[in-house]
Write a protein that binds this ligand. Structure first.
Ligand code: HEC
Length: 110
């Protein structure tokens, strides 16, 4: 057995262990923690990663139609998952209500 090679292999393995936590920082980290996030990551990052939409800010209605549009593109989800996804997106990636009065009513149906 060649000691030099096995030492090199051990050193390489140590490097991989050290790098692991850095590589674990995926684009999914762009999504804030909250209920429904796991569903969004599972359903919405199969075709593109979360950076495709984590920057976006939409109203509940806009997210609803965005999710419907993704279904048209082939995104598969159950009705429950769709509700959870839309609720998460509307809550954590909301459109800032610049011109809404402070006592604005919540959006209809929520
Ligand atoms: C079946 C594949 C697929 C899945 C799953 C998917 N998308 Fe997409 N998404 C696309 C494609 C294709 C585009 C268009 C990319 C382009 O035009 O550059 C896109 C683009 C987008 C955009 C950019 C705006 C737009 O309308 O082009 C947003 C926002 C988005 N997706 C959100 C989501 C969300 C939220 C989910 C989870 C419900 C999701 N996507 C799941 C395929 C998918």
């Amino acid at each position: 057995m060649n000691l030099r090679i096995s030492l090199a292999a051990a050193a390489a393995a140590l490097c991989l262990v050290a790098v692991g936590p850095v590589l674990a920082q995926t684009p999914d980290d762009a999504l804030p923690a909250g209920p429904g996030r796991d569903v969004v990551v599972r359903v919405c990052t199969t075709c593109h990663d979360a950076t495709q939409f984590a920057f976006a800010r939409h109203t509940a209605d806009e997210w609803d139609s965005e999710v419907t549009k993704m279904q048209g593109a082939g995104a598969e989800m159950t009705a429950e998952e769709q509700v959870a996804i839309t609720a998460y997106l509307a809550k954590y990636l909301p459109k800032p209500a610049l011109d809404a009065p402070s006592d604005a009513k919540p959006p209809p149906g929520r």
